[in-house]
Design a protein around this ligand. Structure first.
Ligand code: PLP
Length: 397
């Protein structure tokens, strides 16, 4: 089917929730994808920080194929090996003691918010329920998670919003200190704000937040939906930040493209969930968990984390260099392979120009170009992107 026919059908049959780029992707391999006409693109979007192993990674393909032949789904009324094994591996490799599985980032954050509320409710009574999150954050599109998201444009028109949420500026400890009260159950933040424009949390700030939360028995929730699974150079971003949260959420990279989310917590907090308190029909089904197990195995047993860290440094340096050279670049920032370039101009035309030159990149909050390639991206592929960005930035000066 030609792309223009597909576009017409999409307009007719799909709800109009996305402003799509005018190509249709038919297949992918490594860091490359191919459209219906067979044109090749280097993929620096990776399904929005999802395809950490790139496209069609043989280990992921084999794991999914095997599992599909054996068992796809059973519900959580029964035990399945892949789910328990995945939970065990996540626990062994993190601060957490227990895991709840779901299907997306928003659902993982819903679980985290519910868990925090139930913990505070059981321990302190019904007046302790508030979740404080950050301005310019992003936590999902369900009613609770869009309310936790500190961006008006995400909330507009969906009122009345659930109550019990408050917002403070990111990286500003005094503001948080003033906002906490007897009502506060949890502080929710991203170690690196992704959708909000690639902003990295300060280590000293996080240490102060951690201390405050510990003193007041306020739960610290890290939304690592985007930063988790090697994206920032370590398996989880918190490992580089010198602090551990009480609850952490994962999704995007977890299944390497197969939908799965997770909410992890320390024992004393996880104990607030008892049978009937929370559930998901699909959550942690054998198919999704086998995919995530394959991703974890490749990340932990291969050299990909280390490779991704080095590639992140290379990309970060290259973007910094572009900032020095071009007046229309305001700032280059990021951590690992979650990198951004803040422009003084609208990013959309640059995304279109990169597409025409065979590169998939993405723009967030209008002016921040975001680069989140698969962790297997090579130095040569990064250099090709940097050359192309230089051409495109020159054109739009
Ligand atoms: C993408 C994202 C979400 C939402 O994930 P979905 O799978 O789209 O629901 C939540 N938090 C962060 C930090 C994200 O980047």
């Amino acid at each position: 089917m030609p792309t223009d026919v597909l576009r017409q059908d999409a307009e007719q049959y799909l709800m109009n929730t996305y402003a799509r780029v005018p190509i249709s992707i038919a297949r992918g391999r490594g860091c490359r994808v191919y459209d219906l006409e067979g044109r090749e693109y280097l993929d620096f979007v990776a399904g929005i920080a999802v395809n950490v192993l790139g496209h069609s990674h043989p280990d992921l393909v084999t794991a999914v194929q095997r599992q599909v032949q054996q068992l796809i789904h059973t519900s959580n009324l029964y035990y399945t090996e892949p789910q328990v094994e995945l939970a065990r591996r996540l626990v062994e490799r993190s601060f957490a003691h227990k895991v709840f599985f779901c299907n997306s980032g928003a659902e993982a954050n819903e679980a985290a918010i519910k868990l925090a509320r139930r913990y505070a409710h059981d321990k302190y009574g019904p007046d302790r329920y508030e979740v404080i999150s950050m301005l310019q954050s992003f936590h999902g599109r369900t009613l609770a998670t869009l309310t936790a998201t500190g961006q008006e444009k995400v909330q507009k028109g969906f009122e009345p919003l659930p109550s019990g949420f408050a917002y403070v500026p990111f990286n500003n400890f005094e503001a948080l200190e003033q906002a906490v009260s007897e009502k506060t159950a949890a502080v929710l933040l991203e170690p690196v704000q992704g959708e909000g424009g690639v902003r990295v949390a300060d280590r000293t700030y996080l240490a102060q937040v951690r201390d405050l939360c510990r003193q007041r028995d306020i739960l610290l929730i890290f939304d690592e939906v985007q930063t988790g699974m090697g994206r920032t150079g370590t398996l989880f971003a918190y490992e580089q930040m010198g602090v551990e949260p009480d609850i952490m959420t994962l999704a995007k990279g977890l299944g390497g493209g197969v939908p799965i989310g997770a909410c992890l917590a320390i024992d004393s907090v996880a104990a607030a969930f008892v049978p009937g308190a929370h559930a998901s029909t699909f959550g942690g089904n054998p198919l999704a968990c086998s995919a995530a197990l394959a991703v974890l195995r490749v990340l932990l047993e291969g050299r990909i984390l280390e490779h991704g860290r080095r590639m992140g440094e290379h990309l970060g340096k290259g973007l910094q260099d572009l900032k020095e050279r071009f007046p229309n670049v305001k700032e280059a920032r990021g951590l690992g392979l979650l990198q951004g370039l803040e422009l003084t101009v609208d990013g959309k035309p640059l995304v279109a120009d990169c597409l025409a030159r065979g590169f998939l990149i993405n723009c967030t909050v209008d002016r921040v170009l975001r680069f989140v390639p698969p962790l297997i991206v090579t130095q040569r592929e990064i250099d090709r992107l940097l050359d192309t960005l230089a051409q495109v930035l020159h054109k739009h000066v």
